[in-house]
Ligand binder design. Structure first.
Ligand code: AP5
Ligand code: MG
Length: 207
């Protein structure tokens, strides 16, 4: 199964990806995680994109498409994939259709009013990619999945979040129409508790 998770910043893509990949045995491919790993490791790619990511701006399309193309050519993707954060505009979606077409696209819909609280309270694990909210963490500093030290992402400030939401509305929301026309779009209500959102995803995927 080849899946895409579509949704605004903080809609719960990373959170749901962990559940989906475990249930359906798919590799989780998050362009944001790949970029952040490159920044952490100070690779040539990481050095090139650091300022863009920290400011909540998109990385260049040609570079992003190349990263995904290469990742999808790895043996663990032959049976399928779960893409999180890619494609993010029409150019990227058309490029993906040219080299590895998705089967289904899950859009997680969330009220804008919820996003700031979710993102500014987020704690992220740089090692396993886990995403948590500070209100629900017993130990606020340590990843409950792998034990690494949790961090606050540089792009998780209220100002940058505002810009990311604006870019999402302008560049990424047109993809909803794009995939609806292809008959691939499945919508779930992301305002519900995490487990309920996941149950809904399983339900729409089984139809
Ligand atoms: P990326 O890492 O993809 O960031 P994003 O799309 O802004 O999404 P987030 O990771 O912020 O949110 P999420 O939906 O994963 O939410 P999460 O599950 O963590 O991209 C980062 C940057 O990389 C971009 O800005 C851009 O610069 C660059 N980039 C990436 N891809 C690119 C591309 N294709 N082209 C160009 N540039 C690209 O949840 C958030 C919080 O909410 C957590 O605290 C969580 O615990 C909580 N939460 C989740 N679900 C629920 C729920 N149901 N109820 C209550 N709380 C919840
Ligand atoms: Mg994410």
């Amino acid at each position: 199964m080849k899946l895409i998770l579509l949704g605004a910043p903080g809609s719960g893509k990373g959170t749901q990806a962990a559940y989906i990949t475990a249930k359906y045995n798919l590799p989780h491919i998050s362009t944001g995680d790949i970029f952040r790993e490159n920044i952490k490791d100070r690779t040539p790619l990481g050095l090139k994109i650091k300022e863009l990511i920290d400011a909540g701006k998109f990385c260049p399309d040609d570079l992003t498409v190349e990263v995904v193309k290469e990742r999808l050519s790895k043996p663990d993707c032959t049976e399928g994939y779960l893409l999180d954060g890619f494609p993010r505009n029409i150019f990227q979606a058309e490029s993906l259709d040219n080299f590895n077409q998705p089967d289904k696209v899950i859009e997680i819909e969330v009220d804008l009013s919820k996003i700031e609280k979710r993102i500014t309270g987020r704690r992220s694990c740089p090692k396993c990619g886990g995403s948590y909210h500070v209100d629900f963490l017993e130990d606020k500093e340590v990843c409950p999945s792998c034990g690494d030290k949790l961090i606050i992402r540089k792009d998780d400030t209220p100002e940058v979040v505002k810009d990311r939401i604006e870019i999402y509305a302008r560049q990424t929301q047109p993809l909803i129409d794009f995939y609806e026309k292809q008959g691939k779009l499945l919508k779930v209500d992301g305002n519900q508790p995490i487990e309920t959102v996941f149950e809904e995803i399983v339900k729409v995927l089984s139809k």
